[in-house]
Design a protein around this ligand. Structure first.
Ligand SMILES: [Fe+2]
Length: 319
């Protein structure tokens, strides 16, 4: 059912940015058909990583980085090694051996994450550990039982805030504020995040892919300490009934079952020097442990919608 069915289907030797430009149609088709591309043996530095992403993104709605409030082009990157979690990792106690649970990335309205470049510059462990898992949420739409599909087509969801600066000390007050907003059916709910605020926005449960148009299930399977990250916001534009919430619970159960179904999941086996670019609008993903601290570290480069001047969409500053 998943689109990727063999190990080397989306893996290409890295032959420079010029090769990506000259064979742009081939690489575009791989991204369109499989939702992921990997350049092997790339061993990129920060600058080259941005060059590769800029080149790949020509045919897409996304671009690496975004325009900041003062007009600068900003690259939003991060480094991840999971050393804190890897050292505490106990494969028997974590479902599926995951150190990063299944999630859909960047459900922000303003900075929706459409793609990412993961530059695996340090990978000293075996390729049988430290893998990234992928489930294609456009395939999920096709696989859904029809009654669930029809229900989700009528539904809108809202995601708890994604804190970029500071997780609230009193998260119960945040929950109360959030549930009041949901109760009033506020399409946009603001939450304090450090010295700014972040918004949560109601959105269609099934959205069309911005470049290819096909339908994608935009439901994040992840949980926080208080429960699921995604709530049912409305059905046919109205407040959900108990029956609707029950149906939504069944959809979540079905989604969880898909994440455990080998025919739906693809695990990417890394080699040092891999540059992996998944389409994050469709790819629910996770990370496996099994490696030791210091053995696995990558830089990530978030990609956002093209031609959006985020100055028009100012974050509310707190006074
Ligand atoms: Fe992620």
């Amino acid at each position: 059912m998943r689109k990727i069915n063999s190990k080397n289907q989306y893996v290409f030797d890295f032959n420079g940015v010029k090769d990506i430009r000259e064979n742009s149609e081939k690489y575009f088709e791989v991204m369109r058909d499989l939702g992921i591309i990997c350049f092997r043996g790339a061993f990129l530095d920060l600058e080259k990583s941005m060059d590769v992403l800029s080149e790949i993104s020509r045919g897409f709605n996304w671009t690496p980085g975004y325009v900041a409030q003062d007009g600068r082009k900003v690259d939003w990157r991060y480094t991840q090694n999971y050393d804190d979690r890897a050292s505490a990792f106990d494969v028997d106690n974590i479902e599926q051996g995951l150190i990063n649970p299944w999630h859909l990335e960047g459900m922000y309205k303003k900075h929706t994450m459409h793609a990412v470049g993961w530059n695996m510059r340090n990978f000293k462990c075996d390729s049988s550990v430290g893998q990234t898992g992928f489930v294609d949420a456009s395939v999920l739409v096709e696989a859904m039982p029809i009654e669930m599909y029809e229900f989700m087509k009528r539904s809108r969801l809202i995601h708890y805030p994604i804190f970029a600066k500071k997780f609230p000390d009193d998260y119960k007050a945040m929950l109360l504020n959030f549930s009041l907003g949901v109760g009033k059916m506020d399409e946009k709910i603001w939450t304090i995040d450090g010295d700014t605020e972040v918004s949560s926005n109601a959105h269609d449960a099934i959205q069309n892919h911005p470049t290819f148009g096909y339908e994608v299930l935009r439901l994040c399977p992840c949980c926080e300490r208080w429960g699921h990250q995604h709530l049912l916001f409305s059905v046919d534009g109205k407040k959900p009934t108990d029956e609707h919430n029950q149906m939504f619970e069944e959809v979540r159960g079905w989604l969880r079952s898909q994440l455990l179904d080998e025919s739906m999941v693809w695990y990417h086996e890394y080699e040092e020097g891999d540059f992996v670019v998944p389409d994050l609008f469709i790819m629910i993903h996770s990370a496996k442990g099994g490696f030791s601290p210091g053995e696995r570290e990558f830089d990530g480069f978030w990609c956002f919608q093209k031609n959006v001047d985020y100055r028009e969409n100012l974050v509310r500053e707190l006074i």
